[in-house]
Ligand binder design. Sequence first.
Ligand code: NAD
Ligand code: UDP
Ligand code: UDP
Length: 316
Amino acid sequence: MNQSSPPQRILVTGGAGFLGSHLCDRLLASGHDVLCVDNFYTSTRRNITHLLEHPNFELIRHDVTFPLYVEIDRIYNLACPASPIHYQRDPVQTTKTSVHGAINMLGLAKRTGARILQASTSEVYGDPELHPQPESYWGNVNPIGIRSCYDEGKRCAETLFFDYRRQHNLSIKVARIFNTYGPRMLPNDGRVVSNFINQALRGDSITIYGDGSQTRSFCYVDDLVEGLLRLMESDEEITGPINLGNPNEFSIKELAEKVVNLIDNGSNIVYEPLPQDDPTQRPPDIGQARKVLGWEPKIPLDEGLPITIDFFKGLM
Ligand code: NAD
Ligand code: UDP
Ligand code: UDP
């Protein structure tokens, strides 16, 4: 990102969450004014307590499904529960957050002339029939399953972003984020990295869903945040959608074995049923991000996992 860009007033919705709080850190370190908006649906103040006294940081407890009137230059729209157990707890609210939240933040961008970035997701590809997934792939999404509130909500948000651009000439950026991990994930969010690490730290069994042959690619949070910053400050005509993630693919079984090797607490591996609509394979094609943003992840899983393990140890 252009570190020398003049200070801006930047709104981060979902700014108290896992990704949002790291993004707030980076923006403040670059000298910007940061307005963090969050209703703490899936986060705690712990992620941002270290920022509360920062002179350029402001926190508003607010639900983005309701209108928000503030004066702002940039909007990072990250508000949305992201892990399956959280977004399935109140699926109607999940869709509202994606759709009404997008409409409100786009309305805000329209009124203020702010540039707006949407945290979309690899889930817009559903259970893909194409590997790796390029941005041109339209996806294979179940519209009525238990993951649909999230997948379709995010797809509709993308539609809104592009319609606000076509209809109102908004400056938009859409990032399709693939599985990201690191410190400040919630220990109980059910995501695979946090689950495995916390199970191993407790000496509990590691729960692999299915036979563990399904794959994911894991991006360390610092790499991901760098990608978001670069996308936001990219040239006006670059709208995305653009994949951001780590292209190195691992099976869930390989991940379990890595965690067990790093945390020697005698955990064994147990196999449980695979949840409905669980994608079998999901590596990103990051050709666009490499070409347009000059971005690619730098931190391999073997480096990011120990940092994340230390974070969870600290919580215990
Ligand atoms: P997170 O749950 O830690 O953060 C989401 C934040 O949004 C939380 O602080 C939550 O309290 C807040 N929030 C939820 N509903 C809200 C509402 N209605 N109004 C205001 N705030 C609300 O999750 P995360 O991993 O940091 O994800 C951030 C964004 O990135 C999400 O939009 C998610 O869909 C997207 N994303 C994340 C990943 C990943 O692997 N972490 C992958 C793809 C996409
Ligand atoms: N909105 C908002 N903040 C603003 C401007 C608009 O939250 O600063 C909301 C407003 O509630 C509206 C939505 O964004 O419902 C969409 O705004 P838009 O101007 O596109 O639509 P309209 O107001 O015409 O419905
Ligand atoms: N998973 C698992 N054990 C767990 C949690 C998740 O085997 O304790 C699997 C899950 O079924 C999926 C993969 O790990 O195949 C990634 O799950 P996660 O919820 O982290 O992300 P997503 O499915 O959204 O990619």
